[in-house]
Design a protein around this ligand. Structure first.
Ligand code: GLN
Length: 195
């Protein structure tokens, strides 16, 4: 069962895409929604400060942290990337602190708003990337073998893979291209086989 954090932000689009790929999904709005058999977790785009506060208020932070630490595959987009990061530029409060990168919020792009680009995400060629007040990864904190850099656009890291994490500063759920979600689904299938 794939869980999609649905406290705020772009959760419906992920749900639609994953269902179209034949996955069973559940929207996680409170602690009791977290299924025992969670085999994948989506941390969605939106507003990371709001999501972090809600995770604390609803007492969900620790339980999700445990699941992430125990190897449940995570697809994190935009605000989701910020929630996972070990460091945020400017010393802002972190949330899960699992992904060894330093992210810079709301600072990517020629203008502060939205823009699109096309680029390779690891072996996925010519992926349409949609950025909305996006963060970028200023630097990785582990050596490069641990954090695999999947995309650099305009000299900035926008997508990485690390252990059970696939994280990016753009929004694959807002395109018709399912290749990143397919990759995530493959990660969840490999994980379920190991259980
Ligand atoms: N700017 C948002 C934040 O800092 C992230 C933007 C997004 O998820 N589209 O949380």
């Amino acid at each position: 069962m794939l869980g999609i954090l649905a406290l705020q932000g772009a959760f419906e689009e992920h749900e639609k895409m994953l269902r179209a790929l034949g996955c069973q999904t559940v929207l996680i709005r409170k602690k009791n929604d977290i299924p025992q058999n969670l085999t994948g977790l989506v941390l969605v785009g939106g507003e990371s400060t709001t999501q972090r506060k809600l995770l604390c208020e609803l007492d969900m932070l620790e339980i999700l942290k445990e699941r992430i630490n125990s190897g449940v595959p995570v697809l994190a987009t935009c605000a989701g990337l910020i929630l996972l990061a070990k460091e945020i530029t400017g010393g802002e409060q972190t949330c899960f602190g699992f992904l060894p990168v330093r992210v810079c919020r709301n600072a990517y792009g020629r203008q502060l708003g939205s823009f699109s680009a096309v680029g390779d995400i690891g072996s996925i060629k010519n992926f349409p990337m949609r950025f909305i007040r996006a963060p970028y990864i200023e630097r990785t904190l582990a050596d490069d073998k641990e954090v695999e850099i999947l995309n650099v656009t305009d000299g900035r890291i926008t997508a990485v893979r690390y252990k059970n994490i696939l994280a990016m500063s753009f929004h694959p759920e807002l395109t018709d291209d399912t290749r990143i979600h397919n990759l995530f689904v493959d990660m969840t299938k490999i994980y379920s086989r190991k259980l």
